[in-house]
Design a protein around this ligand. Sequence first.
Ligand code: GRF
Length: 185
Amino acid sequence: MKKIVILFSGNGTNLEAIAEAVQEEKSIEIVCALSNKADAYGIKRAEKFGIKTEILEHTSFSSREEYDKALVATLKPYNPDLIVLAGFMRILTPIFVDAFKNIINIHPSLLPLFKGSNAIEQSFNSDMKVAGVTVHKVTSELDSGQILAQECFNRDGLNWEEFNTKIKEIEHRIYPRVVKKLLLG
Ligand code: GRF
């Protein structure tokens, strides 16, 4: 059995897409979904799938390092084969990144373009004819690890809402696929 931990901070639509996709896989289990925000809607989505949830709020810690130490201590007992960041709005220190072998993230732009938290806005406001989504390995340098998957689309004529819908549609399709590929080959 391959074990996944999902970290998130908000809505959790990617969490849900992965939960749906691995439901059919007898050899993959989401052993924990952890949020750094107690009011994240993703908690409800995880519960709907019967996934164990944890809340570890960053506001109770004095530094990133202290938070990451607590995060490592919370997650180590789950012994995950893969940690999946799904809208986890934290910059991770080497304390966390070095503690686990396999951590991946999904980012709503064609990396290395538009790193950081307002990637969709940057991408939408750029002069580029294409936009897209990237799944990448996580290192301690923000949005800079090895690219595992990338998909682009023609954004000509799309308004802000349509642009966001397209990003989400791609995310929900490619992230589960990468998770399965990494764990099952
Ligand atoms: C996604 O757009 C992802 O690319 C980014 O955070 C967002 C999370 O969305 N890293 P959701 O909470 O999964 O709906």
